[in-house]
Design a protein around this ligand. Structure first.
Ligand code: GAL
Length: 432
């Protein structure tokens, strides 16, 4: 996230969608408070614009409008996978003192940047009144708090280290990938996949997070959970031999990607797999949601394997919503909105569409596809690490440096250059 500065003098025209009627200010956080009258809207800012993302957002919207029927829901989604465009727009708005009512962000370091720059409100009261404290996993709770105060409401757990495959293409090529395959096995299979007449790997590099996430998967496969944590705290150098191997494997893989990678988005690349143009794509399981939204069938149109070398970990990309600390357009509606997000039935319906796992304990997975049941179980039992490609695992500046370095690498293939850039960034951009 671009660092936001909200100087005291920046009192810009704020949308005055006030809750009129004696709603009593921030104290009235009652669930489904329908007593709120007056001219009202709730502006929710996200980057959910693909088919499955929109459908999932619609579940949240419906829950809100049921709870607050007099309030207009204003969907302020800005397109661009991974939120690169949305984050720029949001930063400008926050800087101008014109925040939306609520916005999407990631838990962990992404949220911490927002807490540090003072843009997000302390919502600990909602955690107390809704008892969320006892219903969320400790790992997730730790990523939502600073100094014991909560600042965002999580809605899901996406797994980033999933390789989506075309089973017919793999069969034709005589390639079998399993949970015990290594990154080296995968790279060794690329020529066989090419010989089957397809692009072995589809990449949607128009979304800069996509190649960054692919390299992340190779690195995780090389260094594991502890190595990843050390890498993001500067205790393991990016110049480590295992990281170098991973970057070299990534470079080799780039020789086998689709020729149109530069112009495809993540979802277009994912659909090239089901179209039989590619053998596989590495993508978070928002791709699973997208496949189902497009009517694709798991097991025939597509399948998956956890990215080679990473079956023992869950590379976590979470989505969460925060509300503004200052210039809140409609504080009461904002709290009603946040209150809906962790209701068990909302969690069940939202995550079903999104391809993710619910974060709340005890949410029914009845009717969920096997992939999502497995992923929900994996989130509970495996070590969880935060994604760097999505700026969840490290401070924004370091994550941006990483994504930019990978973008340059697509052209240069300069392994030494990437390792040098990242080793320098570890020294200057990481909190020690
Ligand atoms: C991620 C987000 C997912 C999905 C993806 C592609 O950052 O966590 O929910 O939307 O971007 O846009």
């Amino acid at each position: 996230m671009i660092k936001k500065r909200m100087g005291a003098g920046l009192t810009v025209a704020v949308s005055i969608a006030l809750f009129a009627g004696g709603c009593g200010g921030s104290g009235s956080t009652g669930d489904g408070d329908k007593s709120s009258g007056g001219s009202k809207s709730l502006e929710v800012f996200s980057w959910w614009t693909s088919g499955s993302e929109s459908e999932a957002l619609q579940v949240l919207q419906s829950a809100f409008t049921t709870a607050a029927p007099g309030v207009t829901f204003n969907n302020a989604a800005v397109s661009g996978g991974g939120g690169s465009n949305a984050r720029t727009v949001l930063a400008t708005r926050l800087q101008g003192g014109n925040p939306p009512d609520s916005w999407q962000l990631h838990p962990d370091q992404d949220l911490m940047s927002a807490v540090e720059d003072g843009s997000v409100a302390d919502i600990s009261d909602l955690y107390t009144s809704n008892g969320w404290d006892t219903k969320l996993p400790d790992t997730v709770k730790a990523m939502l708090q600073k100094d014991g105060k909560y600042y965002a409401v999580p809605v899901n757990a996406h797994r980033a280290n999933v390789l989506w495959t075309n089973p017919a293409v793999l069969k034709r090529a005589g390639v079998e990938l399993t949970d015990t395959s290594t990154p080296a096995d995968f790279v060794a299979d690329l020529p066989k996949l090419k010989a089957a007449g397809v692009a072995p790997v589809c990449l949607g590099a128009k979304d800069s997070f996509a190649p960054a996430q692919l390299l992340e998967a190779f690195i995780l496969g090389g260094v594991g959970v502890d190595g990843w944590t050390q890498l993001l705290t500067g205790k393991l150098s990016f110049d480590d031999a295992k990281v170098r191997t991973a970057v070299t494997q990534f470079a080799e893989t780039l020789k086998y990607v689709n020729v149109d990678s530069a112009v495809l988005t993540w979802d277009q690349a994912a659909l090239q797999v089901t179209d039989g143009k590619c053998a596989a794509t590495l993508m978070g399981d928002w791709a699973f949601g997208e496949y189902l939204a497009k009517g694709k069938k798991d097991g025939t149109d597509f399948s998956h394997v956890i990215f080679p070398g990473t079956a023992g970990l869950f590379d976590y990309v979470g989505d969460a919503f925060a509300i503004p600390a200052k210039n809140a357009p409609n504080a009461d509606a904002e709290k009603i909105w946040l209150t809906q997000l962790l209701k068990p039935e909302v969690q069940a319906q939202f995550n079903l569409k999104k391809g993710s796992a619910p974060v709340l304990a005890g949410v029914s997975l009845d009717g969920y596809p096997d992939y999502q049941k497995d992923s929900a179980a994996a989130f509970q039992k495996l070590p969880v690490v935060s994604s760097l490609a999505h700026a969840q695992g490290a401070p924004a500046e370091f994550a941006n440096t990483y994504v930019d370095a990978v973008t340059s690498f697509l052209g240069s293939k300069n392994v030494d250059g990437l390792l040098k850039t990242m080793t320098e960034a570890q020294k200057t951009q990481l909190n020690s």
